[in-house]
Ligand binder design. Structure first.
Ligand code: NAD
Length: 472
């Protein structure tokens, strides 16, 4: 058990203002593996002051100089990939293989992309006779969740730093250890003191203090829609720009003529990855009535690969969920699904056999789910898939678009053009077409209640700039 007592403020680890601690628990065996300080408003205050003091010099640093530091950060994260993977597995419970491939590798790629985008971005352009400047927006308050803990930090901090902003980060309380690695990496990459500051703490105290602090110029939040609403309200009251990456209930639409076996197996894999704790998870599988029974059989077969297991075993594909609270939430939704009349095809609300210790949930598939059921409308954030039949393409579109969310989705058809034509009609921020790959250069974000603003790629950097026109 490691007891950490510092916050990363103004380029050094300094003791927290209060005495509260957060216990970090390994979800696979429920053991406390570390403690970190539970930050208070006083810590947030010190961090914002450091970020404010560092801002003028950092903003005036030429883009190439800032980008070089972001490139160095990517190199440090690459060198520490194994450490990152082991840490995320320990505090989140993600299978080690997945932690290496996704939790450790994606932040390396995203930070590398901002070393390039940050250096080449057109910070100055002409509009008629005027010169338009795209300037860093100032001090960014960043709040992140636990499900892709390093990715979500990097998706905010790398573009913000490349753009010339300074940052105060409040990472999720369940996964503060990888945030500490991030702070160490920023330090090792040679950023000036105060450019990035990390305050660990609970949302209701440290998060709230950051959201309400008058010393930030921009709030960037990733998390639940419920908390996002309070962040947006506070930003609105202060007339402060805000970016929100929130929840989802994404549809995986399998059109007639698609490769059914591939679409179903990719769909199951997508929901089981990271124990279903993925904001973009395709949690609703929509299948044409004619292919429906076959899809149910294929889904049950595909599910067999996801036996819950020790996340450190390289063969494990499904680890625990992050916490006891999350496990109870997911089990509650499974019970609700059954109560509302969905057919339990596999899994269930009880603990998986032999996995009573640790926050394990059975991989679960519901059939005959109808669009108005709770499990078809609300984000579950666990390894639970809802399969729904549809009658024709318009019906599929109506179901796909029929939630308050619009973060992601997938569509499969006989050919790419047909799939893309359907994708254009979906009210969502990202659609994977016929099993395409996730490209971190593409803008990422939500329609409707899935969020405001975009992360990743050029659009993700532009979020952290505001414009000034010089009229000549
Ligand atoms: P959460 O909203 O409970 O917490 C997210 C962060 O907000 C944490 O750091 C938390 O401490 C902080 N927080 C909580 N209450 C706060 C308050 N009152 N004021 C300020 N900060 C506060 O979400 P979570 O359970 O950690 O994460 C899961 C959610 O995140 C899911 O809904 C998921 O869909 C969403 N998510 C969205 C994206 C995206 O990019 N759209 C990505 C990942 C996760």
């Amino acid at each position: 058990m490691q007891a950490h007592d510092g916050m990363f403020i103004d380029g050094r680890w300094r003791p927290a203002a209060g005495g509260g601690v957060i216990e970090v628990v390994d979800p696979a065996d429920e053991q406390v593996i570390a403690t970190v300080p539970a930050g208070t408003a006083a810590d947030v205050d010190a961090a914002v002051a450091a970020a404010r003091a560092a801002f003028p010099r950092w903003a005036a640093t030429p883009p190439a100089g800032r980008a070089a530091r972001v490139g160095a950060l990517s190199d440090v994260l690459a060198a520490r990939a194994e450490d990152v993977a082991a840490t995320v597995t320990a505090e989140l419970g993600a299978p080690l293989t997945f932690s290496r491939k996704v939790h450790a590798a994606v932040p390396v790629a995203v930070s590398a992309s901002y070393a390039e985008i940050g250096a080449s971005y057109p910070y100055e352009e002409k509009a008629g006779t005027a010169t338009v400047l795209h300037e860093p927006v100032g001090v960014v308050g960043a709040i992140t969740p636990w499900n892709y803990p390093l990715h979500q930090i990097v998706a905010k901090a790398a573009p913000a730093l490349a753009a010339g902003c300074t940052v105060v980060l409040k990472p999720a309380e369940n996964t503060p250890l990888v945030a500490r690695i991030f702070a160490e990496a920023v330090d090792a990459a040679g950023f000036p003191p105060g450019v990035l500051n990390v305050v660990t703490g609970y949302g209701a105290e440290a998060g709230r203090a950051l959201v309400e602090h008058p010393g930030t110029d921009f709030l960037s939040f990733t998390g639940s829609t419920a908390v996002g609403r309070t962040v947006a309200a506070a930003a609105g009251a202060a007339v402060k720009p805000v970016a929100l990456e929130l929840g989802g209930k994404s549809a995986n639409v399998i059109l007639p003529g698609a490769d059914l076996a591939r679409a179903v197996s990719a769909g199951v894999a997508n929901v089981m990855a990271n124990s279903g704790q993925t904001c973009t998870a395709w949690t609703r599988m929509l299948v044409h009535r004619a292919a429906y029974d076959q899809a149910l059989t294929l889904a049950t077969t595909a599910l067999a690969k996801y036996a819950p297991g020790d996340p450190r075993d390289p063969a494990t594909r499904l680890g625990p969920v992050v916490s006891a609270a999350q496990r109870e939430r997911v089990r509650g939704y499974i019970e609700r699904g059954t109560a509302e009349g969905a057919v339990l095809l596999a899994g269930g609300a009880g603990a998986p056999e032999g996995r009573e210790r640790g926050y394990f949930v059975q991989p679960t598939v519901f059939a005959d789910v109808t669009p108005e059921m709770t499990i078809a409308q609300e984000e579950i954030f666990g390894p639970v898939l809802a399969i729904m039949p549809y009658e024709d393409e318009d019906d599929a579109l109506r179901i796909a678009n029929g939630t308050v969310y619009g973060l992601a989705g997938a569509v499969w058809a006989a050919d790419e053009a047909k799939a893309a034509a359907f994708a254009r009609r979906m009210e969502t921020g990202t659609v994977v077409v016929n099993g395409g790959k996730f490209d971190p250069l593409a803008p990422f974000g939500g329609h409707k209640q899935s969020g405001i603003g975009r992360e990743l790629g050029v659009a993700g950097l532009a979020e952290f700039l505001h414009t000034k026109s010089l009229q000549f």
